[in-house]
Design a protein around this ligand. Structure first.
Ligand code: ATP
Ligand code: MG
Length: 543
């Protein structure tokens, strides 16, 4: 019970498949009905060209690509295939085909540098690389890992060159048309996804078929089951990158099992997103905070009210209460929920459900079914009751097997994963994320959560964006430093910013240095890259 410091999900348990020989792709396809309308709606659609894949297309392409990968490249159980692909309707096909062949898919940001790609090749030792034409030149040539170019759609124009001929040859159908029998089961590795590298070097997270099946059931399908609306009527905009766990879980796996339509954007652009929402009558929009802010700015300058939207959700990074309030004012017809998850938990964690009883927008929601949590006191190691803040630990079927190459493990022998996040539950079982343990600023022995100061700073009418981090200080140990983006035309000074905060917080929490910047550096998944900010402070100090 919560009183003893162990938090069980408040949702009834969801039965998960027990067959040890089951793997992700047969599971997804067994969930996905074929047949007459509404089953004939496209399941993947390219926002720019409107080219689409039906459910039958998806099954056929995944099966024939999987057989081609086995036939031509010997992809078998355990073989790693690296995807260097931007979002496209081909991305989910490539990802699922690698798994259906028995292989292990690993993904990376396609805009990575040559050196980063070389590093990833060393770490994951793939036997094949699937890349888009514009990124393939950055992949170091290697006999051990040939590169096959993947087109953005399966509707090639007649004028297209033959650079895609090797890929098309993989799709050539043989007599068979089913999935290959891939000799992998729930306990086998299915994917190596990388954490965002927010607090240090990105870590390779090994996820099994069991983890991914649990994600499909506990995160995507469970949530859809909570609403009266049939999931096959939902149209999702895939504005988030599919190489990251959040976009991958939804757009390249989970949603494809529900028969929802996924409208794919190659990359996020606010104008394109608004047009796509209109054109395809998008109903569901999974976002990260910076994209919510961009949509809000577009609305303020006259963009449409996005009438078709039913639900907007945000995850992957802290969200300010002010942004939620402003967003709901601008888009009052939208149901908003927040979620929390991480690479190591296959994106499973908590999701907010705003019942008529609870509208807790600051919370990241309730534990997903079948998941357990503890809040652990940093000093005593004891489990804490509702209302007390400590490190969040998670346990459940979506938690990773471990890191690649056994890097610094946060797994305990008993299966508990230490998230590194500071959090607390309220007495209704809703979780609140306070910040990251590593980001906590220690000022003369006092602990300061950067998020507390950021929440104060964003309320200032002349501040558009902000990030707080620490600088080393001889006397105090660490001091809070605010990186501030001013509204254009603002003449706000450092002293004014510091006084504004000082009036609202306890003296030890005061911001002691302010640096004005053009923009706060953020990752593709919307996270503030505090590491870069800290590095810039160190460079400053050294100069
Ligand atoms: P790294 O582990 O490499 O430092 P990362 O933790 O940012 O990077 P991810 O796995 O992409 O890599 O992100 C998970 C983390 O994102 C969580 O541990 C948490 O700190 C943060 N996070 C996710 N959702 C939310 C949310 N709704 N509110 C606040 N923080 C969130
Ligand atoms: Mg992390």
């Amino acid at each position: 019970s919560a009183a003893a410091g162990l938090y069980a999900s408040t949702h009834p348990p969801v039965p998960l498949p027990v067959d040890p020989g089951l793997s992700l792709v047969p599971h997804i396809f067994s969930r996905l009905p074929l047949g007459p309308p509404p089953h004939s709606r496209p399941c993947l659609l390219d926002a720019a060209t409107a080219a689409s894949l039906s459910r039958a297309d998806l099954r056929r392409l995944v099966a024939s690509l999987a057989r081609g990968l086995r036939r031509a490249h010997g992809v078998r159980a355990g073989a790693v295939v690296l995807l260097v692909l931007p979002n496209s309707v081909a991305f989910p096909v490539a990802f699922l085909a690698v798994l259906a062949a028995g292989g292990v898919a690993t993904t990376m940001n396609p805009s990575s540098s040559r050196a980063e790609i070389a590093g990833r090749l060393r770490d994951t030792a793939p036997s094949l690389v699937l890349a888009s034409p514009d990124n393939a030149a950055k992949v170091p040539p290697s006999a051990a890992a040939p590169v096959v170019l993947v087109p953005e759609t399966f509707h090639p124009s007649p004028s297209a060159g033959n650079e895609f001929a090797p890929f098309r040859a993989l799709l050539d159908s043989d007599a068979d048309d089913g999935l290959p029998s891939a000799e992998v089961g729930q306990d086998d590795a299915a994917a190596v996804l990388y954490s965002s590298g927010t607090s240090g070097r990105s870590k390779g997270v090994v996820l099994t078929h069991r983890n991914l099946i649990a994600m499909v059931e506990l995160f995507v399908r469970f949530e859809a089951s909570q609403y009266a609306r049939p999931a096959c009527d939902n149209v999702y905009l895939a504005a988030l990158p599919m190489f990251h766990v959040y976009g991958l879980s939804l757009f390249a796996a989970g949603l494809l099992s529900l028969g929802s339509t996924v409208v794919v954007m190659r990359r996020f652009d606010v104008g394109d997103a608004v047009r796509a929402i209109h054109k395809y009558k998008v109903t569901h929009l999974p976002l990260v905070p910076p994209i919510m802010a961009a949509l809000l700015r577009a609305r303020a300058t006259g963009a449409s009210s996005l009438e078709s939207l039913v639900q907007v959700s945000s995850g992957a990074a802290p969200l300010s209460g002010k942004l939620v309030q402003d967003f709901l004012k601008a888009f009052p017809h939208v149901d908003f929920i927040q979620g929390y998850g991480m690479t190591e938990s296959t994106a499973v964690g908590t999701r907010g459900f705003n019942t008529s009883k609870h509208k807790k927008y600051a919370s990241v929601g309730l534990l997903a079914p079948n998941m357990h949590a503890k809040i652990v006191d940093l000093e005593t190691g004891l489990c804490l009751p509702p209302g007390s803040c400590g490190e969040l630990w998670l346990h459940g079927p979506a938690i990773m097997k471990g890191y690649l190459n056994d890097e610094d493990t946060c797994m305990r022998n008993d299966g508990w994963f230490q998230t590194g996040d500071l959090a607390y539950f309220d007495s209704d079982g809703y979780l609140y994320i306070v910040g990251r343990l590593k980001d906590t600023i220690k000022y003369k022995g006092f602990q300061i959560a950067p998020a507390d100061l950021e929440a104060v700073l964003v309320q200032h009418p002349e501040i558009v964006d902000v990030a707080v981090t620490s600088a080393e200080d001889e006397e105090a140990g660490e001091i809070p430093v605010a990186f501030v983006v001013r509204r254009s035309g603002s003449h706000l000074t450092c002293v004014q910013v510091m006084e504004y905060v000082a009036k609202q917080v306890s003296p030890y929490k005061k911001v002691r240095k302010v640096i004005f910047v053009e923009a706060i550096p953020k990752s593709a998944a919307g996270k503030v890259l505090r590491r870069l900010l800290k590095d810039s402070l160190r460079l400053d100090a050294a100069a």
